[in-house]
Design a binder for this molecule. Structure first.
Ligand SMILES: [Zn+2]
Length: 709
């Protein structure tokens, strides 16, 4: 090699080095964060930082795994499980921050990275989950588990690692192992595409209202939120209805314009189902087929069998039995409700057959007539800020924690609020991010996520927890007003939030919400019960103009109306859960056509034609954008058996903040993460196993052809 070439090569190396230096020097993921409590420096994080950060984090992780498998010493809990628990920390951080942005404030650049990273991340997981040398060490420890003198928590960690590795395919060999890796990688790509398609359909759609006849029936709060949505979408001075639940449901509830209701409703239920580039049907078919193959490779007949094996319910049959126990009485109740709606329409001279886009509208009128209650009357009492005070108050009364707003920490959007959480003695417990508003760059729904999980293995690591909602923001200078349902959602997500914030375990594997899927909704749904209590409402449901607490008469009416429309709610939920289970009970999906399949399954169930599934297949993100709730949508109902029965304990004690019960709740549930068997934990809290009656009673389904014995 001549001197000139050598010099050029050298220069190239120097340039490359300089670029690497630049990437590392500007990239916040390559440095320790000096922010308060180590929160992510969102103000310094740019989309282009993620790929280099992911690459470094994955390389570090693989090196850590290699040092475990290269260890010549016989496997011990410390050199294998502790080491595994401490590995991949940078990757966890990068993925959690990335996930928070792609879910809550995404853009084209982030979405592109998300698509590119999905198969890479899946391949990375496979490299670890299907690592034979690593599994051999875990398997050896598992075989000797009784003689290792493990603490209770360590025993559970080891058991979870073993279970999860086996379920990921660690026992597979040769071609099967390769095929599993390919299947998982393809599934990661498909589920990313699925969620991006739904988001695109939600983002593109806007129903623009301009004339008084377009706005007919809409009360002031719906108009104000629609005006705000219009402003955000460049339609200043007009009104926009979007496909976000908190925008479209009020519209369907109040719009007197039947043609517009039909138009909006049809767009809503057609998300992901429009035969265009964003259509999800082909994706569903491929996902279901690959999941069957995945289950078969692991020795299960169906994906539902595979999924349910690692849950409280244990079998698809047990979950389905519960759903059907609710389904029949719910249908009976829904039919009664429909008759009421038809009568109401007739009384207004509308001799129509109730269509799905009429349900919300006439239900609201029936509610007004039956309970002298209407949403417009309720809403001024449910200010978002006051309801936030209410969740904080509830957490304080139960668990002694206090919340202190932090104004000086970086956030990814100005609407996000951040709080420091302290315990009774003023000690730091957690940081809590609250992101309550809908925006076009945010996915729909409501969820909890973590930016850092609690653990004690690597020193005292405190959690950073985030709640997301999709409330329609009030107009400028006006408070955001919630529906009672919205207030419920706020408490629900905060319940998940507390599960993360109060976590007090040693091992990351068991931290916070890392529990079995059909248990994870319990702490969230349990908290919803407090929003219905007069003690909470009299204090925090105050009128946004007068500051007057909600009148007793109105409160009584709200509580009396709790079982109203529960036939509808139960049918729309339960049908979704049963269709989910049907997809995942297939043994072959080569000829699956999701639209036809969904229609046939619903016909088999006797689905009332006036009600639609809460989530139709082409936008059923719970089950198709990721694995989380696949063959697991039933979990909400499963957990409701626990929360309905569990809250009764407080009612029976005659004190919704009963200190003894609250202490047990903290010890057994909210602080315990996945460290305990869920049923044992429940029984330790409640003093006995759960009963289903409380659920049926709360939904008003007892005595409506119920098959409860
Ligand atoms: Zn939940």
């Amino acid at each position: 090699m001549g001197p000139v070439t050598a010099l050029a090569a050298d220069a190239t190396i120097q340039v490359a080095q300089a670029e690497t230096d630049k990437v590392t020097s500007d990239n916040p993921f390559f440095h320790k964060w000096n922010t308060r409590f180590g929160v992510p420096p969102y103000d310094a994080i740019k989309p282009e930082h993620f790929k280099p950060a992911y690459e470094k984090a994955m390389a570090d992780h693989l090196a850590e795994i290699k040092s475990i498998t290269d260890n010549k010493d016989a496997p011990t809990f410390a050199n294998t499980i502790d080491a595994l628990e401490k590995s991949g920390q940078m990757l966890g951080t990068v993925a959690r921050v990335f996930g928070s942005l792609t879910a809550s404030n995404t853009n084209d650049q982030l979405q592109k990275i998300q698509r590119e990273m999905a198969p890479v991340m899946a391949a990375h997981s496979n490299a670890i989950n299907l690592n034979a040398a690593l599994f051999a060490r875990i398997d050896a420890l598992y075989a000797q588990r009784d003689s290792l003198k493990l603490t209770k928590e360590q025993a559970r960690v080891l058991e979870r690692y073993h279970t999860e590795f086996v379920r990921a395919g660690a026992k597979l060999e040769g071609k099967d192992r390769e095929r599993m890796a390919t299947v998982l990688q393809r599934l990661a790509v498909l589920s990313t595409q699925f969620s991006q398609n739904v988001l695109a359909d939600e983002k593109e759609y806007k129903l623009v209202l301009t004339s008084e006849s377009d706005l007919a029936g809409l009360p002031e709060f719906v108009r104000a939120a629609a005006a705000q949505a219009a402003k955000e979408r460049g339609e200043d001075g007009k009104y926009v209805i979007t496909l976000s639940r908190s925008s479209i449901e009020p519209f369907l509830t109040f719009s007197a314009n039947r043609a517009l209701r039909e138009q909006a409703w049809k767009a809503w239920v057609a998300r992901g189902d429009n035969g265009d580039a964003q259509d999800n049907n082909a994706i569903i078919k491929e996902i279901v087929q690959l999941r069957i193959e995945r289950a078969n490779l692991l020795g299960y007949k169906t994906f539902a069998d595979y999924k349910l094996a690692d849950t409280m319910a244990k079998t698809p049959q047990a979950a389905t039995d519960l759903l059907l126990q609710v389904w029949e009485p719910a249908k009976v109740r829904a039919a009664e409700e429909k008759d009421d709606l038809a009568k109401m329409a007739a009384s207004e001279g509308q001799n129509i057959e109730i269509a799905p886009w009429d349900w919300y509208y006439y239900a609201e009128k029936v509610r007004k007539a039956k309970y002298d209650l209407n949403e417009e009357e309720i809403k001024p009492y449910f200010q978002l800020d006051k309801m936030m005070e209410a969740v904080f108050f509830t957490a304080n009364q139960l668990f002694g924690v206090t919340f202190h707003e932090l104004k000086d920490v970086p956030r990814y959007h100005p609407d996000v609020k951040v709080y420091e959480v302290k315990d009774k003695s003023g000690q730091h417990v957690a940081v809590f991010y609250s992101d309550n508003f809908a925006r076009p760059s945010k996915r729909s729904g409501a969820w909890m996520s973590s930016l850092r999980e609690q653990e004690k293995l690597s020193g005292k690591v405190t959690p950073i927890i985030m709640n997301n909602n999709n409330f329609a923001k009030g107009a400028e200078g006006q408070p955001t007003l919630l529906s009672f349902d919205d207030a419920n959602t706020l408490f629900h997500e905060f319940g998940h939030g507390l599960h993360g914030m109060l976590s007090n375990v040693t091992y990351p594997q068991l931290s916070g919400t890392s529990v079995l899927r059909d248990f994870v909704e319990f702490p969230a749904q349990l908290l919803e019960h407090w929003v219905e209590q007069p003690e909470i409402l009299q204090r925090f449901a105050v009128h946004y103009k007068t500051g007057e607490p909600i009148p007793k008469a109105l409160l009584d009416k709200i509580l009396a109306a709790q079982t109203f429309n529960q036939g509808f709610a139960t049918v729309s939920f339960t049908s979704s859960a049963l269709v989910d289970m049907a997809y995942h009970s297939l043994t072959d999906a080569k000829d699956l056509d999701p639209d036809t399949f969904e229609r046939k399954e619903l016909a088999k169930l006797g689905m009332p034609k006036e009600i639609v599934m809460r989530h139709r297949s082409p936008h059923f993100s719970h089950i198709f954008s990721g694995d989380g709730y696949s063959a697991g949508y039933y979990s909400y109902m499963w957990a409701e058996v626990l929360d309905a029965d569990g809250f009764d304990a407080f009612t029976e004690a005659g004190n919704i903040f009963d200190p003894k019960l609250a202490k047990k709740l903290y010890e057994e549930i909210y602080s315990a993460g996945g460290s305990k068997d869920p049923m044992e934990a429940y029984i330790a809290f409640r003093g006995r196993a759960p009963k289903v009656e409380a659920l049926l009673r709360n939904r008003g389904l007892l005595g409506t052809g119920s098959r409860v014995n």
